[in-house]
Design a protein around this ligand. Sequence first.
Ligand code: IPM
Ligand code: MG
Length: 368
Amino acid sequence: MIKIKKRKILLLPGDGIGPEVIQEVKKVIQWFNSNKSLDFEIDQDLAGGCSFDKHGTPITDEVFYKALECEVVMLGAVGGPKWDNLDFSKKPERALLKLRKELKLFANLRPAICFEQLVDASTLKPEIVSGLDIMIVRELTGGIYFGEPRGIKPIENGERKGVNTHTYTTSEIVRVAKVAFDLAKKRSNKVTSCEKSNVMEAGQLWREEVQELHDKEYKDVELSHMLADNCAMQLLKNPKQFDVIVTDNLFGDMLSDQASMLTGSLGLLPSASLGAKNKDGEMRAMYEPIHGSAPDIVGQGIANPIASILSFAMALRYSLDLDNEADALEKAVQDVLNDGLRTKDIISEGMKEVSTSVMGDAIISKLQ
Ligand code: IPM
Ligand code: MG
């Protein structure tokens, strides 16, 4: 059993714009180290396509073990067209999936918050998205992403068959639903659980287990069940009806992408992937921006570092118990937006366009 080392942070910048945005996070961490007398120990290594290029594997055992002993892993992004044709087991995404699965990070928190300064950046009408604050809790280590059997195999008639398996057990459903109910209690006290219980047995089980947990332990939280396709529709029609949405791995992947665009830009949204607490109250966790590696804008200095910096704010809050520091960092981001600074992805008339590193510096200067 590998022990978790307190305050140890592993940066895995990954591919594409990952290194550019994680560089800004590194500056923020260094600022906290020198100005708040914190003692975060930073390590940095390769994961994703960059690791494949150097070592022939998307994540080496050495890096994987480092991740196991760090209290916080900060990931940038993995993947890109360069590695699209690799064998499945070598694809950059396998690094991410291995970290999620083997670190047992079963609860993926994906907030979709519409920043007041950016209401007009959404493709939806301002009155639909203004004030939006949703938390999607996506199950991250089960379901069709990991179910067995899986694979592509030849069949008798000379065709091939692709197989993936969608499975969930009671405990897998209950532990993620608990996270959702506990979060709701600190928010607007409402959970919407999404599945396809009308066509899938695993969905029916999901609904029953969530309801049973609610009736046993969370009667004071308002619970509703919604079919995942209806949820996709409701997210566009009336997104403010939602507080916390809890759903499985695949539906969570899709619904969180959809919810994120309600807010106008993928460049702003952080995420946290959390494991269970051990008996000493320690927990493994990985934090990453929602956006991908964005190969089309690599190396231009225009990537938005806010999602990554806000991911570090989530790390301060959920892993390091530093709520005040998390608040301060989130406020610094708001202040910079209020000053009219924008990276290219969120630029609008009358605002000042700045580069990735200028945005990072501006946020740090607000922390002073
Ligand atoms: C996400 C991504 C990943 C997923 C990919 C990169 C494997 O889309 O984190 O949402 O499908 O989970
Ligand atoms: Mg996704």
